[in-house]
Write a protein that binds this ligand. Structure first.
Ligand code: ATR
Length: 272
């Protein structure tokens, strides 16, 4: 039996074992996805263990997405742009570090809304999740990207790196919302039922605007967007599609996305 796992600290909450084991079962692949909790001092040994012949690959999560890089033989351009590795693929040339989050973001939008032409987007937040979203927006050909963050300086640094525009947090609603076809909440607000902006602020968005919250469930922001007649999308599809991409890199087989999505929803429902 082959093994795959997620390297992080902690990893117990991860939904990945559920979706990947469902996918292995569906395709009859003799492999199992494990939890690999790894404190930082053990990271080098853990990555070295991925070179064993029974290992199909790995995911990497918080807090090791950057720290893992020096232990790998190659880091893809996408992972370098995002500045984080979430997937490791053993190959004849050694261990390759990739990042499938931007792909997952793009596929999730396309799957939900079909091919969309977006010229202007606003990203709230300037952490790791924002970086993946911004790389995805660039892959999608979005021309104008405004970035706003509670700490303006972090938004400014990101804006400079990705040739985007920094908008002061206090001005983003008035400044950016009227032209935004896509609003992405990549702040950590939403996990605990807070809103990054007010409900009335959402009314400043064009009617055709899409509101994306990277949290894996319906948030107050998405409920407010629906109440204002704007389309919304949570981060669950992105989670599934980043996993599907990783699955394909490990197995060379097309991922059963529907089964993966179902298993994640079932596990979420079970957890309540
Ligand atoms: P991740 O990797 O998930 O993006 P992160 O790097 O910790 O996590 O980033 C969290 C984001 O949420 C940051 O943009 C953070 O803003 P700061 O850079 O000012 O810290 C944002 N955030 C967290 N709490 C917030 C709050 N109460 N109001 C507004 N933004 C908040």
């Amino acid at each position: 039996m082959k093994r795959v796992g997620v390297i992080g600290d902690p990893v117990e909450h991860s939904l990945s074992p559920h979706m990947h084991n469902a996918a292995f079962g569906e395709l009859g692949i003799d492999a199992f996805y494990e939890l690999w909790p790894t404190p930082l001092p053990g990271l080098g040994d853990r990555v070295a263990s991925l070179r064993l012949p029974d290992v199909l690959g790995a995911n990497v999560t918080v807090p090791h997405k950057q720290a893992v890089m020096p232990f790998l033989d190659r880091v893809t351009e996408t992972a370098q742009r995002i500045g984080a590795v979430n997937t490791v693929i053993p190959s004849p040339e050694g261990l390759i570090g990739d990042n499938t989050d931007a792909h997952g973001f793009q596929r999730s939008i396309e799957e939900t809304f079909g091919p969309v032409q977006i010229d202007s987007a606003v990203v709230l937040g300037a952490g790791g999740a924002s970086r993946a979203a911004i790389v995805a927006l660039r892959m999608m050909g979005v021309e104008n990207i405004d970035i706003a963050n509670r700490t303006d300086a972090r938004a400014a640094a990101l804006a400079q790196e990705f040739a985007a525009e920094m908008i002061p947090w206090s001005e983003v609603v008035a400044e950016s919302f009227p032209d935004a076809e896509l609003l992405i909440n990549a702040t950590s607000l939403g996990w605990h039922d807070e809103m990054p902006v007010l409900m009335d602020d959402l009314k400043r968005l064009p009617h055709r605007a899409i509101v994306v919250d990277l949290t894996y469930r319906e948030t107050p922001l998405l409920r407010a967007a629906a109440d204002c007649g704007r389309r919304g999308l949570d981060g669950l599809g992105m989670l599934v599609h980043q996993g599907a991409r990783a699955f394909e890199l490990w197995t060379g087989m097309q991922a059963p996305v529907g089964i993966m999505q179902e298993s994640v929803r079932a596990e979420q429902a079970r957890r309540g």
